[in-house]
Ligand binder design. Sequence first.
Ligand SMILES: C[S@@+](CC[C@H](N)C(=O)[O-])C[C@H]1O[C@@H](n2cnc3c(N)ncnc32)[C@H](O)[C@@H]1O
Length: 298
Amino acid sequence: MEWAKITVDVEPAQSEAILGRMLELGAGGVEEIDPGSFASLQAELPSELRLEGDLPSKHQLIAYWPVAKAEQVKLQLKELPGVLGVRSQRVTDAKWLKTNTIGFKELFIGNRWVVFPQKGGGRSDSGRIPIYLAPGQAFGTGLHPTTQLVLEFLEEIPVAEKALDAGTGSGILAIALGKLGCADITACDLDPVAVEVAKQNLEQNGIKAQVLQVDPRKLTRRGFSLITANILAEVISELAPAFSRLAKPGGNLIASGIIAHKAEEVEKDLRKVGYSIVDRKEKENWVALLARLGEGHQ
Ligand SMILES: C[S@@+](CC[C@H](N)C(=O)[O-])C[C@H]1O[C@@H](n2cnc3c(N)ncnc32)[C@H](O)[C@@H]1O
């Protein structure tokens, strides 16, 4: 899929209002670049993660929209007080994920979250729950819609007593679970790099979790009241029987990373193993499902 990366040069004093408007216009997240802090962040990064080319010299807000919506969004942004310039650039999914391993100062997600790309790298006077993520190689900076959909679901459901984050990547969802008050968290991933990055990020956020390099099908722990799984549609379907074995009866599953046209198939596979579909969210052609295991299910 092709995306439009829209960069808005702003008067710093108007930045917050413009950022709010960008979220209202459907941006999943907004990167805020303040030239001073951006330069110091760049200096701390390993060379392979630094942005190429000139460093931004202006205060900027950056967000992504599907190409079809970009022109209308640009027109609306140009009208706002404090907007000095608006431009857009087409990017592919892969390029978007790569550029987004770094570069933002803070990222607002849903109603309750703010992600900062380094330890202590920002204030949380927005009243939002801060998540600190070191720029790294593991998936999960918070910028991808699939991650955002899970964070939005987590705002709406009761705090889990015992949670599993399957496919933890950077650990972002395990951190979020801990920040909401879950005290018993297991996180797992097949990728050894993700496991290391997740451990570091969890520690940086002061969250305790058991992080394992394992496929959820091999886990021996059981009785999870919540499972989060932001993995692809096919993988969720394959893992569905394991999720239903690992979950406590009545337990919630938030399944994300599902491309919209495969959502029905995944719903069917979850129903087969005892889940009912309670809610569904969609963003930019990605779907996340909230499913609940039947009370009588063992
Ligand atoms: C899309 S990323 C999600 C990262 C993070 N949880 C987030 O929401 O941003 C999916 C992760 O699942 C991992 N993964 C894929 N298949 C897996 C499996 N069968 N068991 C465990 N982890 C798996 C990948 O290595 C990757 O880190």
